[in-house]
Design a binder for this molecule. Structure first.
Ligand SMILES: [Zn+2]
Length: 152
């Protein structure tokens, strides 16, 4: 498995302009173009989150992808959500949810999970690649800076 990640700068800008200006535990979905680049982002305006947990509005997101992404060759490939600054890693709940998502799609080899932390000046992002190992246990690999390629 490749541990390189390619993401469009525009996606990062959109994350900053949406998740970046809301309280922690908001989120959205990521779409990949055919070449594997993370090229699309949708902020989850309808989320049912609490201050402890991002709860995606699954129906809204699925409908959006069906109407806007799939017929344009964009596939669902990841999720983004924000944590408070003192919780800078994935929670058990995040991992269990990733497992559920991977299992619910037939063709999802891995799922990108992007965690964001918002401070006064910046929106920090940590990039994880989650996948099921041979024993069907969910694993998360945190990508290093050298593995993340931001495309103009
Ligand atoms: Zn989380």
């Amino acid at each position: 498995m490749s541990y390189l990640l390619y993401i469009k700068k525009q996606v990062l800008i959109e994350i900053g302009n949406s998740i970046g200006i809301h309280r922690p535990e908001t989120g959205g979905i990521l779409g990949c173009s055919k070449d594997g680049v993370i090229s699309h982002f949708l902020f989850d305006y309808n989320d049912k989150s609490t201050s402890y947990k991002y709860v995606p509005s699954v129906d809204y997101l699925n409908e959006y992808m069906e109407n806007n992404w799939y017929n344009n060759g964009i596939t669902f490939c990841g999720m983004v959500h924000s944590h408070p600054n003192n919780a800078q890693s994935l929670s058990c709940g995040d991992l269990m949810y990733a497992k559920q998502i991977i299992e619910s799609f037939n063709n999802l080899e891995h799922l990108y999970l992007l965690l964001t932390f918002v401070t006064e000046e910046t929106v920090n992002i940590r990039y994880f690649k989650t996948f099921l190992n041979e024993s069907h246990v969910i694993e998360a690999y945190q990508l290093c800076e050298s593995e993340i390629h931001i495309i103009e």
